[in-house]
Design a protein around this ligand. Structure first.
Ligand code: FES
Length: 60
C-alpha cells in the first residue's frame, strides 16, 4: 500500500528501510524521500517505523 503518494513510497519500503537499520523519521526521509513534499504521509510513516522497531510487532 502506498503511504507517500508524492514520492510513490509504500509501507513495505518503510519496513524494509527500518529492517536495514533506519531508526528515525529523518533517516527514513533522507533514505527514501518520504515526507519531503506535502508532508501528509509523515504521521503514517512514523507509525510504521515505530511498529517496525517494536519487539512485539506482528509477523509480516
Ligand atoms: Fe508524502 Fe506528500 S504524501 S510527501
Amino acid at each position: 500500500m502506498y503511504i507517500c503518494l508524492c514520492n510513490a513510497i509504500t509501507e513495505r519500503d518503510v519496513r524494509e528501510c527500518a529492517r536495514r537499520g533506519c531508526c528515525t523519521f529523518d533517516e527514513l526521509s533522507s533514505e527514501l524521500g518520504v515526507g519531503t513534499c506535502c508532508g501528509r504521509c509523515r504521521p503514517v510513516a512514523s507509525e510504521i517505523l515505530r511498529e517496525s522497531q517494536s519487539p512485539l510487532r506482528p509477523a509480516a
